[in-house]
Design a protein around this ligand. Sequence first.
Ligand code: SAH
Ligand code: SF4
Length: 438
Amino acid sequence: MNKADSERMAGILEDMGFEWTEDPNQADVILYNTCTIRDNAEQKVYSYLGRQAKRKHEQPDLTLIVAGCVAQQEGEALLRRVPELDLVMGPQHANRLKDLLESVFEGNQVVATEEVHIFEDITQPRRDSQVTAWVNIIYGCNERCTYCVVPNVRGVEQSRTPESIRAEIEQLGKQGYKEITLLGQNIDAYGRDLPGSTPEGRHLHTLTDLLYYVHDVPGIERIRFATSHPRYFTERLIKACAELPKVCEHFHIPFQSGDNELLKAMSRGYTHEKYRRIIDTIRRYMPDASISADAIVGFPGETEAQFENTLKLVEDIGFDLLNTAAYSPRPGTPAALWDHQLSEEVKSDRLQRLNHLVNIKAAERSQRYLGRTEKVLVEDQNSKDKTQVMGRTGGNRLTFFTGDIHQLKGQIVEVKITEVRAFSLTGEAVEVRQPVTV
Ligand code: SAH
Ligand code: SF4
């Protein structure tokens, strides 16, 4: 989500005539797009900012911007902490960067953190990739997971209309993009804030309907989406994914904990049994589907036995990938105020144990690829070996094989997998033989 916001803001800056530089010390305008999901993400920005604030004393025309979730969380307090800042802007204001900067250039110090209706983006994002692109479909989150700062900083749910989403995807198709990832904090909430309902009382616009609606956009060959919420995940969506050939068989469905009491304390609104049923249903329709998720260890009050329930879930499901994190108390969230916080030692010990298991299970999952031929969408050169290109399988496994990026970029290549690791694969392109007429 932050990457998508960064690309849109970079597009606006480019549109205003700015040029990109790799070296921050060469820049006249520096924009930090920040994350506050955990404390270590937040602390990073202060260390970067300190250095540039110093530079501003020698170069007073340097413009310093903090955008994103730390900006939203701290607001004016950030200006008191770093008075050298010119602009503090929350994530909902990303599309307004031009107006805000113009006000800065008129001599104002600007804070833009009030809740706003997010305007449709009229400028072009400066996308990092020429092959894959993010497409926001819903901003914000109406959930109240007790550990999570996102609703405080990204505001309430705001869905884009299916028409504007399709228009953006059509343009991407024309520009040569091959893969899109539809984005939302809770993507299953898509459409519930839009008007209209079906005769059965279902919202007229759901993620499932949107997938059918955008599926035939010319040029786009792969469609992904994230992040799914187990509370709202439907069999109807699973069916659509099985039915629609462009939708990749990869599901990112965070479970956070394998323990029902903890799930309740987190206000997640499902049990581990329900989560298992979802995965079973996915595998019934698509036996080879990749499953990834997020999990938190060391939530306040988590006992050893409760943590073991998380290990058990990971053991049983066998994730292709799991993003793990030690619980980090966040300002303005309920769980941060609870008594029974765990020590850093306990949290990091559990994190290590969980990661160890994740590696073992992911390596097991990778085995199924060995000897198989997979369709790989080539994105880039392998930065560690320039004779190789890198891309992803439909299931989102990173795959490397020998090839020339100038020829292969943006192509879907059949690759025979010869080597597997926990989170990546190596293979050889299968020769496409031209039939000869005799
Ligand atoms: N909207 C998505 C992702 C939200 S943030 C969802 O609902 O799953 C991404 C991940 O960060 C979360 O899934 C969670 O695992 C982790 N996370 C969020 N708040 C956290 C916190 N306070 N401490 C540790 N991890 C956290
Ligand atoms: Fe945070 Fe929960 Fe919303 Fe995800 S669903 S962004 S974890 S509040």
